[in-house]
Design a binder for this molecule. Structure first.
Ligand code: ADP
Length: 296
């Protein structure tokens, strides 16, 4: 388990992180989601030991990032934002070069190349590869020492839809037995890859939830049109409705939380009040709206 306790970091006048705490465990892919400037990269740079001068504690089992930085780095793989590569090296040559640089002995190059889907381009130069393949090279480099913790900073930026599907699949696979934290400012990334999302805004955690619970807690909105006007107050008394809004003429939006289908109650209400329902539509407030609310 990787535990972050009250992490704070300032750059001169800018406070990038203001007391961030959470725990990560192997077997779940956690998305670190937040708008640009929220502090995602700063947090990741702290976790990889790249940044010094921060406050709080990072614990990995019995180890502490301040005292045992080398041994935590030895089990951490990092794919930095923009994935800097050496363009003139061949894929295999690049991976061997990185392994040498970090003195990684016994790296299973073949296995990693196969795992990240680089087999067919292994003898090509890095600068002749598409962005998607270059990301895979970066991932391969991050996996050379078979890390237990994988930190991926915006790993899907700039990928086309097919490359996205491949990389997402790979990240999910890696999350089966590693601690995977990956940052993004794109909500759909989180929805398609993560088991859990941590949303940060201006250096603070504003949500930390499993995707499942987030979906369950989603707000349901019933859009209904009657043939006559009715007081919103009367509508909001329907069991399960938290708020009723008159959006236009005889059209209303009814807000409810939870998963119970509220439409039968709306029918009963109409019947009891001698109203006719001209239109009825149920929509779920999606994660995008929630994200907008949390980060607005
Ligand atoms: P994100 O990755 O979520 O876009 P960052 O961690 O890069 O956010 O940035 C958080 C805040 O810290 C921003 O206000 C950014 O301008 C500031 N910041 C990041 N790096 C530096 C730096 N090296 N010097 C000064 N300010 C920085």
């Amino acid at each position: 388990m990787l535990q972050l306790q009250n992490i704070a970091k300032s750059y001169a006048e800018v406070t990038a992180l203001k007391g961030v705490s959470f725990k990560l465990k192997a077997g779940e892919v956690v998305g670190l989601l937040g708008p640009n400037g929220a502090g995602k990269s700063t947090l990741m740079k702290i976790l990889t030991g790249y940044l010094k001068n921060w406050e709080g504690e990072v614990l990995y089992g019995e180890k502490n990032l301040r005292d045992d930085i080398k041994s935590i780095q030895q089990v951490t793989g990092y794919l930095p934002e923009n994935n800097p590569l050496y363009p003139d090296l061949y894929v295999l040559e690049y991976l061997k070069f990185i392994a040498g640089l970090y003195r990684i002995k016994n790296a299973s190059f073949e296995e990693i190349i196969e795992k990240v889907g680089l087999s067919e381009v292994r003898h090509r130069k890095v600068n002749t590869l598409s962005k998607g393949y270059q990301q895979r090279v970066g991932l391969a480099a991050a996996l050379l020492h078979d890390p237990e913790i994988l930190i991926l900073d915006e790993p899907t930026t700039g990928l086309d839809p097919n490359q996205l599907i491949e990389i997402r699949k790979l990240i999910r696979q890696l999350g089966e037995d590693k601690i995977v934290l990956f940052s993004t400012h794109i909500l759909s990334e989180v929805e398609s890859v993560c088991d859990r999302v941590i949303i940060i805004r201006q250096g603070e955690v504003v949500a930390d939830q499993s995707l499942e619970s987030l979906r369950k807690g989603q707000q349901q909105i019933i859009q209904v049109e009657f043939d006559y006007r009715i007081e919103t107050e009367a509508l909001s008394k329907i069991d399960g409705i938290t708020k009723a809004v008159n959006t236009f003429d005889f059209q209303y939006e009814l807000y409810c939380t939870g998963q119970e289908d509220i439409r039968p109650k709306v029918f009963d209400f109409a019947h009891d009040n001698q109203l006719k329902i001209l239109a009825l539509n149920q929509k779920n407030e999606n994660l995008a709206e929630l994200f907008n609310q949390l980060t607005a």
